[in-house]
Design a protein. Sequence first.
Length: 201
Amino acid sequence: MFITCFDLEGVLVPEIWIAFADAAGIPELRKTTRDEPDYDKLMNYRLDILRKHNLGLKEIQKTISTIDPFPGAKEFLDELRPLTQVIIISDTFTQFAEPLMKKLGWPTIFCNSLEVEDDGTISGFKMRVENSKYSTVKALQSIGFETIASGDSYNDLGMIKASKAGFLFRSTDQIKADNPEIPAYDEYSDLFAAIKNVLEA
């Protein structure tokens, strides 16, 4: 039995931090896992900037409420779910993800959590497990599932390479060049066809 695992941001919805960076007028916050492979380093960099500008969870959630999934993303998931179980494995946080999951039709998501003070200041973050995407697909495999995985960033490569089949989706030229053995797609129809081929093989 297969479980198909997807990254969230950049694959199904726009990058939350880029949207917030643009809304807040802070270009330094546009840096994502496409640019910085070390997620702890990236998050601590982000939290330092938030503290410097006196911004907290409320301001980020206001931006998130304006974000819609990419055109076709919900339909892609709806078409796929009769064929395979689907889990979104994301390095985002429960406090960010909920409104986006509603717009995607409430798919299952495994993500992390923010540490938030009473005044809304984000004081830290708690990762569900180290190297969460890779660790999650290995755990699913350990209980008898085959995995298919797709993502766009450096932090998706572990789960992609550990799965029976893996695909890059709307990734960067650099990541595609560094990983030529991974099939890369830019349209949901092409990704759906590739996943369906694996399921029917």
